[in-house]
Design a protein around this ligand. Structure first.
Ligand code: 5MM
Length: 344
């Protein structure tokens, strides 16, 4: 294991102003996104859509990394340049989603366990050859009012995350450890904080047991936020405060960066929450983003599958990257929405 390499890649991904584009939607998820804009989901339409984002001018100032899906890592821009080479040449580090999805946990029909450990050592070796320098594995934690998640689901998912992280570090690939406590449901912010605390505690117990070098990984957690169906929503300040309190209690300072998922928040909310946390800084770790929907929703809406809309779609993408880059320094405000691409 080359600890210096792991550390320097992890730090480069969350360098000043920078975060991650999560473009690792699996086949069924990207189909759902394309269905929402009535675009046929084919290998070529997926390639065109991702090329549009990866070639947007200027985003390298705000993106330290992009998470790719297996198919995308094997694809190339229309001039034949493999996407991994294209991203690297722009100073954006290519990464790869390596989990095989969250499946029902046996005898616990309301809960999920992420699969994909079998054969992972061999897959990582190939991904490394293809140019991936970091990886991502997402655990999904369901929440209800009392009974879910069970201690078993938390333990099993934390254990799988740690086994994945160890396999990554063995071949000098930086693992992004993503335990996502879902924001679907009607639970309040206190319940989200309690569950997120339990999950993070267990995750770091397992990471420690598996000898993970904390300096050579990144954590991708949910924010502490009420469920989408909860009647009592929280202010931006409350979300930022609860999230930082929870993370400070459970995430060692040796971890170089926290890269939040957006989890179904609107693009502006996700940016606002990130900004508020950075305004409360400095924190022990870089506080950054690894957004899928919160970076891509405006891009999809502008693109609609039409080549003629490519410029507008790239403007929307640049604007979201730039606003999140500003939020990394606590310099974003809601008033900037709609004006960013005009030159902030
Ligand atoms: C981009 O979406 C990722 C892939 O999801 P599936 O494997 O379910 O297709 C997902 O893991 C994503 O990276 C994270 O959930 C963060 O994305 P959001 O949209 O929550 O920011």
């Amino acid at each position: 294991m080359n600890i210096d390499e792991l550390k320097s890649v992890a730090r480069a991904i969350v360098a000043q102003q920078k975060g991650i584009l999560a473009a690792d939607e699996s086949g069924p998820t990207i189909k759902k996104r394309f269905d929402s804009i009535q675009v046929e989901c084919t290998e070529e339409s997926r390639r065109r859509y991702r090329e549009l984002m990866f070639t947007t001018a200027g985003v390298e100032q705000y993106l330290g990394g992009v998470i790719l899906y297996d198919e995308t890592l094997r694809q190339a821009a229309k001039d034949g340049t493999p996407f991994a080479t294209l991203l690297s040449s722009r100073g954006i580090i290519p990464g790869i989603k390596v989990d095989k999805g969250a499946k029902i946990l046996a005898m616990h029909p309301a809960e999920k366990i992420t699969e994909g450990l079998d054969g992972l050592r061999e897959r990582l070796a190939e991904y490394k050859q293809l140019g991936a320098q970091f990886a991502k594995w997402r655990a999904v934690i369901e929440v209800d009012a009392h009974a879910v998640p069970t201690p078993l689901a938390i333990r099993a998912n934390a254990h799988a995350l740690a086994r994945y992280a160890a396999l990554c570090q063995e071949v000098d690939i930086v693992p992004i450890v993503e335990p996502e406590v879902l924001m679907d449901g009607a639970h309040g912010i206190e319940r989200c904080e309690a569950v997120t605390s339990e999950v993070l505690e267990q995750v770091f117990i397992e990471l420690d047991a598996h000898c993970i070098v904390l300096e050579g990984m990144l954590l991708k957690p949910n924010m502490v936020i009420p469920g989408m169906k909860c009647a009592q929503q929280a202010s931006v300040h409350e979300v930022a405060e609860a999230t930082l309190r929870c993370l400070k209690r459970h995430v060692p300072a040796a971890v170089p960066g926290i890269v939040f998922l957006s989890g179904g928040q609107s693009a502006a909310d996700a940016t606002d929450h990130l900004n508020a946390m950075n305004m409360m800084g400095p924190q022990p770790w870089q506080v950054s983003f690894s957004y899928g929907r919160a970076l891509q929703a405006p891009v999809l809406a502008a693109w609609k599958g039409q080549e003629d809309n490519a410029d507008e779609a790239q403007k929307a993408f640049f604007a979201r990257c730039q606003l999140n880059g500003l939020a990394r320094a606590g310099k974003y405000s809601r008033a900037m929405e709609g004006t960013a691409s005009a030159g902030i």
